[in-house]
Design a binder for this molecule. Structure first.
Ligand code: F0G
Length: 456
């Protein structure tokens, strides 16, 4: 393998804080053992999320100076609209402040009370907005996605039989759209194949059911298709992305990931009626339809980021860095979700702490232990993130109990990855004497963000 060195060099640096174990213990207690409640100042290497944490390029920063901060009709909006139309291929664009703003608009515009929305595993905010608009969510991802050891190359794929069964059961008229996420964050950043997208299109077209992508990491998905799917090794990421989107009717987007910016999002669609409805709603929730909660400079940076994101050298180095960390962990037998996905390593907290019940929050515990050891911040993606069943009130109990080490784009070096791996080794060696947590405060919505815990 040729090495995957970054196709850029560093022009500006930001110092990191190193803390003592005593300081971290205090900070963690103050944060209720929830890494979302830590102050960033108390964090050394921040792998909480790849969302809004990218380093922008010099071209993007230059674009920030070209911000047209007009309330209406900003020049930067038209640049952004053109970039989305060119690279994603949709006709109509509604800008939003970030991904969940777009999810809100789509859910409100498309869902009626009593509807059903199938998706390839849930995402927290996406499912929230679907349920909030009156729908029931159904996970129709292939079974392999729930198995941390399965080496299926496209673990994000939709299971066509599951989708067919749902259609037979509830009726096509109760399914406003299929929500197809690429890559699948909660499954470990796992990709969806082009063949699967095409097959889902063929199946749903027979019933007049639409497909909306969660395109948040669709460019990362394109690299997996280029690497793993027959017939695509000679196609550019841009070509793959365009074809993939062509099997859908529109998309919601969190620009904070693939677009290499710190804020922003959009909803795009080919459906004129839905567009009109969403453009009506955007002024209530986000801002005028030519800024949707973003400053002109934010839209400019995003338009430039879209172009940069389809550069294959960049994408190889980005995903190559995630794989590098995975290889180190593998050498030491640390359990994580295989194969390595696009944006993160997902540690298998059940395998890490077999002595803990899921109600003792193994993934939350692992995130806390890692922070204590070295100041590295990870995120729970297990029972806390899954929330409660709206009907029974009991915890959703996801098969996957994961702790996510999310790699920001263009931010950390290979040496940082070495430090992360070494710290995890220390936490792994101390695993047998680790105790779990008890939840002492639970917010009503998206509880993982603000829940508080105590050590058992
Ligand atoms: N869809 C996916 C697949 C996401 O990963 C996210 C955000 C969103 C939608 C919502 O977008 O944050 O811009 O409102 N994921 C972040 C994460 C928060 O850390 O995984 P947003």
């Amino acid at each position: 393998r040729r090495s995957w060195a970054e196709p850029w060099k560093i022009k500006m640096v930001e110092p990191l804080t190193v803390t003592t174990r005593e300081e971290r213990q205090k900070a963690l207690e103050e944060a209720g053992y929830n890494t979302f409640l830590l102050r960033s100042e108390d964090v050394y290497i921040d792998l909480l999320t790849d969302s809004g944490t990218s380093a922008m390029s010099d071209r993007q920063w230059a674009g920030m100076m070209l911000g047209d901060e007009a309330y209406a009709g900003s020049r930067n909006f038209y640049h952004l609209e053109t970039a989305i139309q060119t690279y994603y291929g949709y006709k109509y664009v509604v800008p939003t402040h970030q991904g969940r703003g777009a999810e809100n608009l789509l859910s409100q515009a498309a869902i009626r009370l009593g509807d059903h929305v199938p998706g390839n595993m849930y995402f927290t905010t996406t499912r929230f907005h679907q349920e909030h608009a009156g729908a029931t969510f159904h996970d129709v991802i292939i079974d392999e996605a729930h198995d941390t050891a399965s080496l299926h190359p496209f673990k994000g794929n939709i299971d066509l039989d599951k989708l067919q069964r749902l259609i037979d059961q509830v009726g096509a008229d109760k399914i406003p759209y299929v929500c197809l996420a690429v890559t699948v964050n909660m499954a470990g950043g796992q990709p969806v194949s082009m063949a699967n997208a095409r097959a889902v299109r063929e199946l749903t077209a027979r019933y007049g059911i639409k497909i909306y992508l969660d395109a948040t990491r669709a460019v990362e998905n394109a690299l997996f298709i280029q690497e793993r799917e027959e017939g695509y090794s000679d196609k550019s990421l841009a070509e793959i992305l365009r074809e993939f989107c062509s099997y859908s009717d529109g998309a919601t987007m969190s620009g904070k990931k693939d677009h290499l910016v710190n804020i922003g999002g959009w909803l795009a669609t080919n459906d004129r009626e839905l567009f009109e409805e969403a453009r009506n709603l955007v002024v209530v929730y986000e801002g005028l339809h030519t800024y949707g909660g973003m400053a002109g400079r934010d839209m400019e940076a995003m338009a430039i980021g879209i172009e940069e994101s389809v550069n294959v050298d960049y994408m190889r180095s980005r995903i190559g860095q995630v794989r590098y960390l995975g290889d180190l962990l593998d050498q030491w037998g640390i359990p994580f979700m295989k194969p390595v996905g696009g944006h993160a390593i997902f540690l298998d907290a059940r395998a890490f702490y077999p002595q803990l019940e899921q109600d003792q929050f193994p993934a939350q515990t692992l995130a806390a232990e890692l922070y204590l050891d070295s100041g590295i911040r990870a995120m729970e993606r297990g029972i806390v993130s899954a929330g409660r069943d709206q009907v029974t009130g009991d915890h959703h109990r996801p098969k996957l109990e994961l702790t996510r080490l999310t790699i920001p784009r263009r931010v950390y070096t290979q040496a940082h990855m070495d430090v992360v791996a070494e710290s995890l080794k220390a936490v792994y060696e101390a695993r047998e004497s680790t105790r779990g947590l008890r939840m002492v405060y639970e917010p009503k919505y998206l509880r993982f963000f603000q829940a508080r815990f105590e050590r058992l």
